[in-house]
Design a protein around this ligand. Structure first.
Ligand code: PEP
Ligand code: MG
Length: 594
């Protein structure tokens, strides 16, 4: 470790979101409540036990209503999450059934509740519909709250936090992240997760410093004690002494000054000194982000992840709801393009309990495969996207394409929907551009074939790295092997760019690799036409691009591609970046992310 803070305990994790946060640790209990108490009760205790259960439910309702009321305006649109929990608490199969079981079987409330919930879960599990089955997690979430109340403990939610703290949890789901308020959550530390997990991606969008994959965080960090998060170095410093604190307050100030300075570059084009202009777009997850990405200098949206309208709700979102959302994003961004990616549901976008029951979910029924299995869900989304295209500049993009027949099947469905809309006289953009995400190795190999069928490619490096190097992107045990600079990855990206350009289409990159400032010379050398990234990275990336040339970057890339060891490649990148961009990277040691 390069830091000299010897006496304090320093935990090393994965740098998930940059920035420095200094504050008190706040433990979020995210582990499941284990029912230790399962006991028979005396007939005379039945009324009291029933009352105890009713009271726990009433307390749970009260807590949920309070959370709903306190929801800040920006996230009010997510209040359906709470409504869903409230409905479950009142559900006859859970509420009445539990009371009846207490009475008939003379067992304690926790046990009776667990029995009712298990019955409901069994019914759900039999339903041949992944979406409905995945709703089991809502039931579990609501039950968990009642169990905590029965135990006389408080069930914690991010929305309960009412003073600025640093959240420490075993895990935080994307749904937790939707409830984070920047003024209350100064930063967070989790025991599991990787740099490209969706919670980490959202932390970067919200500009909340975060370190994930800190294995013993919930044990090592005492509630209420001071802690520092260094989101750039992936460090967590426990109980810092005065000297460390002063140092870090200074660093925090410097970081803010640097960020504000870089912001000045946000409105300038990313044009290199030898006059090549790269399109710099942003990735978003929520409509609320659209205005802010414009402020950071995004010239369009290169990836609108559309999963969140499908999460945490009782029913599938209607065509109208999707259409309104897409149309509004398109209007905010007008005349800039908005690339709407079709539903990429699966594996890491669910919480563990919601996961489709598959041994290998990342290799399972996810993304475009899930859409082709549930054509009705897919068609509803396509109709909504096409309708929104009448209001501005829309592109549509399909994730996880693995081969030609899959792409043709998707295009066929899209064509049918276009015909349907035409016959209904519903306007849409007839020249709508379609793109394929290149994130599966087979698509790289077939890039020349696929390029003939689409208007653009967008390389999804988060998954491409996962599938190429066989590294689960959300598994902290192999996170250190997740390597964008792996020679195989660099060669694959080069191959895709060449295949795309050979067929006369543009090639974008929208994985996290696109927004990593240290990779700017590589990305320029590779000849990518568009980079779509977390808006937060835009100013720095633009500033770096404006100070360098494509010519020099190509020469650098050629040399880099002749190296075959990751360690040599990293060393060369460190050297080159600190030489070419001394202002952005004053020290060679801090060039590359973990
Ligand atoms: C990717 O895989 O690089 C990507 C951009 O998609 P996601 O992170 O949503 O899987
Ligand atoms: Mg992906």
């Amino acid at each position: 470790m390069t830091l000299g803070y010897k006496k304090q305990k320093i935990l090393k994790g994965i740098a998930a979101s940059p920035g420095i946060a200094i504050g008190r640790a706040y433990h979020m209990e995210r582990k499941k409540m284990k029912i230790v108490h399962q006991y028979l009760i005396d007939i005379s205790q039945i009324p009291t036990e029933m009352e105890r259960f009713k009271e726990a439910v009433a307390n749970s309702e009260e807590q949920l209503l309070k959370i709903k009321k306190q929801m800040p305006d920006e996230i009010k649109s997510h209040s359906y999450i709470i409504d869903g929990q409230l409905l479950i608490l009142k559900d006859k199969m859970i509420f009445n059934r539990t009371l009846k079981t207490i009475e008939e079987e003379q067992i304690n409330a926790e046990w009776a509740l667990k029995k009712s919930v298990n019955n409901v879960k069994q019914v759900f599990e039999k339903i041949d519909d992944e979406y409905i089955r995945s709703r089991i997690s809502d039931i579990e979430y609501a039950t968990e709250r009642v169990l905590w109340n029965l135990a006389g403990k408080r069930f914690q939610s991010i929305a309960d936090i009412n003073e600025p703290v640093i959240v420490v949890a075993h895990d935080l789901t994307p749904a937790d992240a939707t409830q984070m308020e920047v003024s209350k959550v100064m930063g967070f530390i989790t025991e599991i997760g990787g740099r490209t997990s969706h919670t980490a991606i959202m932390a970067r969008s919200l500009e909340i410093p975060a370190v994930v994959g800190v294995e013993s965080a919930t044990q090592d960090l005492t509630n209420g004690n001071m802690v520092i998060i260094d989101g750039e170095a992936g460090l967590v410093i426990l109980d810092p002494d005065d000297e460390t604190l002063t140092d870090y307050y200074t660093k925090q100030g410097e970081y803010r000054v640097y960020r504000d300075q870089a912001l000045k570059y946000s409105y300038l084009p990313a044009e290199t000194v030898d006059h090549t202009r790269i399109k710099i777009y942003a990735n978003i997850e929520f409509i609320d982000e659209a205005a802010s990405v414009l402020n950071h200098g995004a010239e369009g949206i290169g990836l609108y992840r559309t999963e969140f309208l499908y999460l945490n709700r009782k029913e599938r979102p209607s065509e109208e709801l999707l259409f309104t959302n897409y149309r509004d994003v398109v209007k905010i961004m007008h005349p800039h393009p908005v690339t709407i990616r079709t539903l990429d549901m699966g594996c890491d976008k669910f919480t563990t309990s919601e996961m489709v029951q598959e041994i290998n979910p990342a290799l399972g029924l996810r993304s475009i495969r899930l859409c082709l299995r549930h054509e009705d869900v897919f068609k509803t989304q396509l109709r909504a996207i096409l309708r929104a295209s009448a209001y501005g500049n829309v592109r549509i993009m399909f994730p996880m394409i693995s081969g030609l027949s899959e792409l043709m099947e998707v295009k066929n469905i899209l064509r049918k929907i276009q015909e349907e809309l035409e016959s209904e006289d519903i306007p849409f953009d007839k020249g709508l551009k379609i793109g394929a995400m290149i994130e599966v190795p087979s698509a790289v190999v077939l890039a020349d074939v696929l390029a003939k069928e689409v208007d653009f490619f967008s390389i999804g490096t988060n998954d491409l790295i996962q599938y190429t190097l066989a590294i689960d992107r959300v598994n902290e045990h192999v996170a250190h092997m997740y390597e964008p600079l792996h020679p195989a990855i660099l060669r694959m990206v080069k191959r895709v760019v060449e295949a795309g350009h050979g067929a006369g289409i543009e090639v974008a990159m929208c994985g996290e690799m696109a927004g990593e400032p240290a990779y700017v010379p590589i990305l320029l050398g590779l000849g990518l036409d568009e980079l779509s990234m977390n808006a937060f990275c835009i100013p720095k990336v633009k500033r770096m691009m404006r100070s360098t040339s494509v010519k020099e970057s190509k020469e650098f890339l050629d040399k880099l591609l002749s190296l075959t060891e990751v360690s040599q490649i990293k060393e060369f990148v460190r050297y080159e970046v600190s030489r070419r961009f001394p202002e952005d990277f004053p020290s060679k040691d801090n060039v590359l992310p973990d």
